[in-house]
Design a protein around this ligand. Structure first.
Ligand SMILES: [Zn+2]
Length: 590
């Protein structure tokens, strides 16, 4: 087994590269350049140093690295002219036992991919759990990636190469991300419960508030919390699963943590759930070691965050924050089932008194922390497994309509038109420019409709939406002022009228500095550089923000960070780092 000690004390770059032989296919230059970056405080730091050498190398060297890899199930593989590592990995993925049809498909894909991009398709076939993708998953991924642009695929091949190297390094070090795999496997098991089954009987992951699948998840989480050693466990009045692991000091305030277990329709497996599983496994470690911290840990698996079944979001965390709106109980779902009725069917009390009693007294808690998959491409593009959230973005939403004059497309000269759609098109470009000009601002015109439009009519009306977000309320409002000011100017210049109605306003939830600093210390303790980023999406922490100091940790998502999609992905190694960071945060509380 290789050790960091051995690597950190090598006398020459050549000696260092020899110890890391085979980690990067036929490319000792990577290890040779990384030698100067010693000492490495952790295996994660070594992996990142190697990835950084590749990131900083010229494009030609990066392409050389990609081209040093064999084709998947290619002729070189079949005739065993590849490295032992590649042959082993492809064999484990079953690529040596392809049916003739699968073999033909892979050869066709190899040819098409090489023809389009000029380099071989690279996929870490041992996959996000290190234990191997199956041939169907490999062929699906291959087919999907053929549609990408050359620049994206070059970067994606390099990310896959880093994942291959990560697994090879784990093998060399005898390092197994055990707790990361537990989190990964639990997410997999939880994903078997779904409101929807597709034709093949596979779950199309959809778990909405208080359905049968939702209650099955609830029961599973309750059982796991008990198995992990939580002292008190219960289902609360809104269906949250609550577990408390007592501290040494009965009167000391607790740490509150958690995330949601409901999902959007056709969801990924980690959104929300990762933030339940990571603390659960950290508590399991404490329990198995027979350890009590000074402060108790209260984990809440929130029953509802996504707003899929009823026209309200954050039902679970609102109950804890004391902001559960009694009017929500009167809502009905698409099938006409009222929320009260659904609650009673799920054996919940379905009264406002019971829900109000779930409000947590802030004096009883230190603060709230949440671990969440990033749901965006930032960490993935930077080759960073973890990031610390600075603020959950504040947002404002509007729906509007521009009113001009519908007129004949053939007879109305260009300088006599009052085209409502062109005004909105101009506005959309203003939104893009204004949001791009400053960091951490985003703006979207997600709907743009010409009611009763015709191919030969100048648009007389155009309806549109605006979604504007920024990491502080001031920045959000400045962006809004800029966009609404531009709308006025555009309308005046084109001789148009408009209406604009604000439909939603949510305050930004900046992280509490002391809690953000704890996450930062946790990330740095793992030998990883600090990367701070705002959260573009809303999270349960946003609700708890009203009553407790809060801060979030983001975990890198694979597949460009895609989320609210079955392609959402994390690796066992990244989940392990999240568990390690959470444990470090616990230790800081004394
Ligand atoms: Zn979420």
């Amino acid at each position: 087994m290789l050790s960091l000690e051995q690597l950190n004390t090598t006398a020459t770059a050549g000696e260092f590269a020899a110890l890391l032989d085979g980690v990067y296919e036929h490319s000792p230059w990577i290890a040779e350049a990384a030698w100067a970056r010693r000492p490495f405080p952790s295996l994660a730091a070594l992996k990142l140093a190697l990835a950084t050498v590749v990131r900083e190398a010229p494009v030609e060297a990066q392409l050389g690295l990609i081209r040093a890899h064999p084709e998947l199930a290619g002729k070189a593989m079949i005739s065993r002219r590849v490295t032992a590592e590649s042959s082993d990995e492809q064999g484990r993925a079953g690529l040596t036992d392809c049916s003739p049809e699968e073999f033909d498909t892979l050869q066709r894909l190899n040819a098409a991919y090489n023809g389009k991009f000029g380099f071989p398709f690279i996929l870490a076939v041992r996959g996000p759990r290190s234990t191997g993708l199956n041939r169907r998953e490999i062929i699906e991924t291959f087919t999907r990636r053929l549609d990408n642009t050359p620049a994206f695929e070059r970067a994606e091949c390099l990310r896959q190469i880093h994942r291959i190297a990560e697994i090879r390094l784990n093998d060399k070090f005898g390092a197994v991300p055990l707790q990361g795999r537990q989190a990964w496997d639990c997410a997999e098991l939880l994903a078997r419960h779904s409101d929807v089954q597709d034709d093949s009987g596979d779950a199309v992951l959809t778990v909405t508030y208080l359905t049968e699948a939702h209650q099955a998840c609830q029961a599973q989480l309750l059982r796991w919390m008990q198995d992990c050693g939580f002292d008190d466990t219960r289902i609360d009045a809104v269906g949250n699963v609550v577990g408390v692991y007592h501290g040494r000091d009965d009167v000391a305030p607790r740490l509150l943590t958690g995330s949601h277990y409901d999902t959007v329709r056709n969801a990924g497996r980690y959104d929300g759930r990762l933030g339940i599983l990571v603390p659960m496994i950290a508590v399991r470690e404490l329990h198995q070691a027979g350890r009590r911290l000074k402060h108790g840990i209260e984990l809440v698996a929130f029953a509802e965050e996504e707003g899929q079944r009823y026209a309200a979001t954050f039902l679970g965390s609102s109950a804890l924050a004391g902001s559960f709106n009694p009017a929500w109980l009167d809502q009905v779902d698409a099938d006409g089932i009222g929320m009260r009725e659904a609650m009673r069917a799920a054996k919940l009390p379905a009264t406002m008194e019971a829900i109000a009693a779930e409000r947590r007294d802030p004096a009883g808690y230190l603060g709230f922390v949440e671990v969440h998959i990033e749901q965006g491409p930032v960490l993935n593009e930077l080759d960073l497994p973890l990031g610390v959230v600075t603020s959950i973005n504040g947002s404002r939403r509007f729906v509007g309509e521009v009113i001009g004059t519908a007129s004949h497309a053939g007879t109305t000269p260009m300088d006599r038109r009052h085209d409502a759609a062109l005004a909105v098109a101009e506005l959309a470009l203003v939104v893009e420019r204004a949001a791009k000009r400053e960091p951490d601002r985003v703006g979207t015109v997600g709907m743009l409709t010409v009611p009763n439009g015709s191919i030969n009519v100048v648009p007389g009306r155009c309806q549109f939406s605006l979604d504007l977000r920024a990491s502080t309320d001031a920045a959000r409002d400045a962006l809004t002022d800029e966009v609404t000011g531009a709308l006025q100017r555009i309308a005046d210049a084109r001789g148009l009228r408009y209406r604009l109605n604000e439909t939603m306003r949510a305050s930004a939830a900046p992280s509490a500095p002391v809690w953000q600093a704890r996450w930062e210390a946790a990330v740095q303790s793992l030998g990883l550089p600090l990367h701070r980023l705002p959260s573009g999406a809303g999270h349960d922490a946003m609700k708890l923000h009203d009553v407790l100091p809060q801060a979030m940790l983001f975990v890198r998502g694979g597949n460009s960070g895609i989320s609210h999609n079955p392609l959402e992905s994390i690796t066992d190694d990244d989940a392990q780092l999240a568990v390690d960071a959470f444990r470090h945060l616990l230790e800081q509380l004394g």
